[in-house]
Design a protein around this ligand. Structure first.
Ligand code: PMV
Length: 313
């Protein structure tokens, strides 16, 4: 029988700390109830969703494929995460596909080895990056990077070039977040590169990156005490810092501004330049309406979401 492996992994949004996390600063990220599902079996030619392909347009898949036996595969994908939207769709694809390939070839599918292979794929494609998205997608729920934590919450650790990340579980109290998608698809790599160049040549930009790290540490305290007012203020401040780094845009600012009257705070999430924003609110319907009125696509998300799931059929 031709074994088929089905794996799925969630997208994410970032409460605080994107971009700065690339330089080893703290970040907090949360899995969302939108998943990327892949199904993989051995085939006679490589194919994706019924089309023969060598995956040249899918560098994450190609990278992971190269780590495994060179047999052709039949891959089917189904994603509920808009692509290039700041919601971690490529990380979710990489996590699900890595796990499916490992399972297909009888390798260990433990979350750490999947998170590592998926991060390596992201790092290779973006030429930089942090393990934030791939860790959140693999482990689910809430994840902190380089934040103080108990030994019990430790998940895994990794170093690339000059930076290292200590990844831990974080408890996110029940809070209501609304995502607003601008509809503008922006790949992550060029935005990460823009911040890298700015930070490398400008002390002011490097101070802003450090300040995002400090804001995130304050946010960890706000989460511990379930202080939504403080957390919301920190999110809005984080948005301003990201704007100074040059990764916001008019459409994101419009959706953030529209949400603020009904929110504790709001910010862009992910790489920026388009993609999505997120608001912390106890009036999700009003925020959703305000986002839609400004041309964004709102969706209310549930947190506490399971990470990677793998099954054989
Ligand atoms: O836009 P996304 O979902 O790819 O998130 C990117 C997050 C960054 O911090 C900008 C990059 C990274 O690798 O952490």
């Amino acid at each position: 029988m031709n074994q088929e492996v089905v794996a799925s992994a969630p997208g994410k949004f970032v409460i605080l700390g994107e971009h700065a996390v690339v330089y080893g600063k703290p970040a907090i990220s949360v899995a969302i109830d939108r998943r990327f599902t892949v199904s993989v079996k051995k085939g006679s030619v490589n194919s994706m969703n019924g089309e023969t392909t060598e995956f040249r347009a899918n560098p994450h898949i190609k990278y992971i494929l190269n780590n495994h036996p060179k047999n052709p595969i039949t891959l089917t994908t189904d994603s509920k995460i808009p692509a290039s939207s700041g919601l971690g769709s490529s990380a979710a694809l990489s996590v699900a596909f890595s796990a499916a390939m490992k399972k297909l070839y009888g390798e260990s599918c433990d979350l750490e080895s999947v998170a590592k292979e998926a991060f390596d794929a992201e790092y290779y494609v973006q030429n930089s990056g942090s393990p934030m998205d791939t860790s959140t997608s693999a482990f689910g729920a809430g994840v902190g990077l380089n934040i103080p934590h108990e030994m019990d919450n430790f998940l895994w650790k990794i170093q690339k070039k000059d930076f290292s990340w200590d990844v831990s579980k974080i408890t996110v109290p029940k809070m209501s977040f609304v995502i607003g998608y601008t509809g503008i698809r922006v790949p992550t790599g060029p935005l990460v590169e823009k911040v890298r160049k700015y930070r490398a040549r400008n002390k002011f930009a490097s101070d802003i990156v450090d300040e995002i790290g400090n804001v995130t540490l304050d946010g960890v305290e706000a989460l511990k005490t379930n202080d939504v007012v403080k957390l919301g203020n920190l999110m809005t401040y984080n948005h301003k810092l990201l704007s100074i780094l040059g990764v916001s845009c008019n459409e994101l600012n419009k959706l953030v501004d529209a949400s603020l009257p009904y929110s504790y705070g709001a910010k862009l999430t992910g790489a920026g330049g388009g993609g999505s924003m997120v608001a912390l609110t106890d009036k999700p319907e009003l925020v959703s309406k305000a986002i839609a009125a400004r041309g964004g696509t709102p969706f209310t998300i549930s947190t506490g979401v399971e990470g990677l799931k793998v099954s054989e059929q």
